[in-house]
Design a protein around this ligand. Sequence first.
Ligand SMILES: Cc1cc2nc3c(=O)[nH]c(=O)nc-3n(C[C@H](O)[C@H](O)[C@H](O)COP(=O)(O)OP(=O)(O)OC[C@H]3O[C@@H](n4cnc5c(N)ncnc54)[C@H](O)[C@@H]3O)c2cc1C
Length: 296
Amino acid sequence: MDFLRPASWAEALAAKAEHPSAVPLAGGTDVMVEINFDHRRPEYLLDLQRIGELHTWDADGPDVRLGAAVPYTRIIDHLADELPGLALAARTVGSPQIRNRGSVGGNLGAASPAGDSHPALLAAGAEVEAESVRGTRLIPVEEFYTGVKRNALAPDELIRAVRIRKATGPQQFSKVGTRNAMVIAVCAFGIALHPGSRTVRTGIGSAAPTPVRARAAEEFLAAALDDGRLWDTRGPLGPAVAGEFAELASGACNPIDDVRGSAAYRRRAVGVMARRTLGWVWGAYRGNEGRGAACA
Ligand SMILES: Cc1cc2nc3c(=O)[nH]c(=O)nc-3n(C[C@H](O)[C@H](O)[C@H](O)COP(=O)(O)OP(=O)(O)OC[C@H]3O[C@@H](n4cnc5c(N)ncnc54)[C@H](O)[C@@H]3O)c2cc1C
């Protein structure tokens, strides 16, 4: 196995163009596990650790441009105001050691349906900045996941950054696992209210071959909020609205039975998380952080 250690982004792109089979290495918390267990024996490893710009972010505009290798710990410590949903999701990843190394770029590169950043990225609205020596393209995150552990990157492309919309309303993330820490999600749910555009976005993890949005639930809720003038009045949400939202979110799942949980359990759990997180974000939107007061 050859170890390629580019010192700059331009060198990394050139190396990937020359060796398209080279496996990028960011924090290594997925890649090294695969190599150690002999699940993967790449001809080339492309180490991105020396490329400083991948470890920084720019939060000046309406988006945060998050370098692909920024570790979760830094998102939690520095970006919880701009990216509250992603920061909440980041808190649930692995252990402190994993959060110190693991990155959103790596989570996207691995494209596991159970990756914790995906529901938060889908809910916030994000684009993946993919680059090669041929140029740069922005891929809406919902188009990035193409199958189980598959993504839309071409063989010569690398993720440079992820552009994530800064929160303009409350966001939440919920994850079901077999214990509280160091656990792969049985399923997960993210929700973001976007009061400026009067839209709602969601993300579901680990309940379909790829992370997905619950689009019917989003549209239903946005229409219900509009019809009831609730964006303006910030009044309570009726239980029927929360119940229908949960039902539609559950219907967006296409889960399988596996060692972590049955398909039926996942559908049910996603509905429960949808209802619960809706209560939390609506409570926050109403200016009442008390979690029980959101629904009538
Ligand atoms: C003990 C343990 C616990 C874990 N717990 C969780 C958890 O709770 N939730 C969760 O979501 N994940 C978990 N993981 C998985 C892992 O930590 C995450 O997926 C993490 O986000 C990977 O980031 P990384 O920087 O370490 O990626 P790496 O391992 O370096 O790379 C992961 C994949 O992305 C590719 N890649 C990396 N950077 C780029 C780039 N710039 N461009 C293109 N491709 C790239 C790599 O080639 C590889 O295919 C856990 C892992 C371990 C070992």
